[in-house]
Design a protein around this ligand. Structure first.
Ligand SMILES: C[S@@+](CC[C@H](N)C(=O)[O-])C[C@H]1O[C@@H](n2cnc3c(N)ncnc32)[C@H](O)[C@@H]1O
Length: 238
């Protein structure tokens, strides 16, 4: 009852354009997150960011959610490190325009599973299977093949997807420099944030143009995660 009145006073994460999981599909992480109190976020550059799902509005709400396991760390490990909303799936489907995807560092395969339910073919890879992967405790949600960023070389015709690559790890840079295709979809923080390393962002800035950002991406309180698409500059301008 208390939680309901709190939610009534603030928007919930799933209220933006009624983000509902389409019939016949499952998105259990979203089923939890979409009810959380949320707030629009004004980013560093004063652009309006999508809603942020929050667990830190007040101590009692945080404690109640924590008792349910409905907080950032357990949900990241159980499902995915970036929240994938129904709006994100629709946005990616539109950006891809029928193209297939190769995902590097797919973890438990949660994002790949979401895209597959939308009819998108995903070749998902991670060097650490669930059970040996300290980032992921559940799953896999779909087939995740065991390989690192070098798997990109088998799928140069696909769009490259990376979601929350390891902080200060080389894998995102390795994948991007091995990739010869022209479309990258990336979910993570920006330069200086908690995903990938500086080399990755420097390569991204040098060779790629951002062509869009998912307007219905939801992120955790304090986590500046964006879901964006990039096109290789040399091919877009030739
Ligand atoms: C923070 S988790 C994100 C997993 C998943 N993308 C998600 O959002 O739930 C980082 C992932 O990168 C993987 N990883 C670690 N080293 C890697 C490498 N060299 N190449 C590709 N993936 C790697 C880890 O095994 C882990 O699954």
């Amino acid at each position: 009852m208390e939680f309901a009145s709190l939610a009534a006073r603030r928007p919930i994460a799933g209220s933006e354009q009624d983000q509902l999981t389409p019939d016949g599909t499952d998105n259990p992480l979203w089923d939890v997150v979409r009810w959380m109190p949320a707030t629009p976020y004004i980013g560093e550059e004063y652009e309006l960011e999508p809603f942020i799902a929050a667990t830190e509005f007040d101590i009692s709400t945080a404690q109640r959610l924590s008792k349910l396991g409905a907080e950032l760390s357990p949900l990241c490990k159980r499902y995915a490190w970036s929240i994938i909303s129904p709006g994100d799936v629709a946005w990616m489907s539109n950006v891809l325009g029928g193209r297939m995807v190769v995902e590097i560092g797919a973890g438990s395969g949660y994002w790949a599973w979401q895209l597959e339910q939308a009819g998108i073919d995903v070749a998902a890879y991670d060097p650490n299977p669930v059970g040996e992967n300290t980032y992921c405790t559940s799953g896999p949600s779909t087939t995740v093949l065991r390989d690192d960023a070098s798997a990109v070389k088998h799928h140069q015709d696909r769009a490259l997807l990376m979601v929350w690559p390891p902080f200060q790890g080389e894998s995102a840079r390795h994948a991007l420099s091995s990739y010869e295709g022209d479309l990258l979809i990336y979910a993570g923080e920006s330069y200086g944030g908690c995903t990938a390393d500086d080399d990755f962002y420097e390569l991204l800035a040098a060779e790629w143009d951002e062509i869009g950002t998912s307007p219905q991406h939801v992120t955790w309180w304090g986590i500046r995660c964006r879901l964006s698409a990039y096109q290789r500059r040399s091919r877009s301008t030739s």
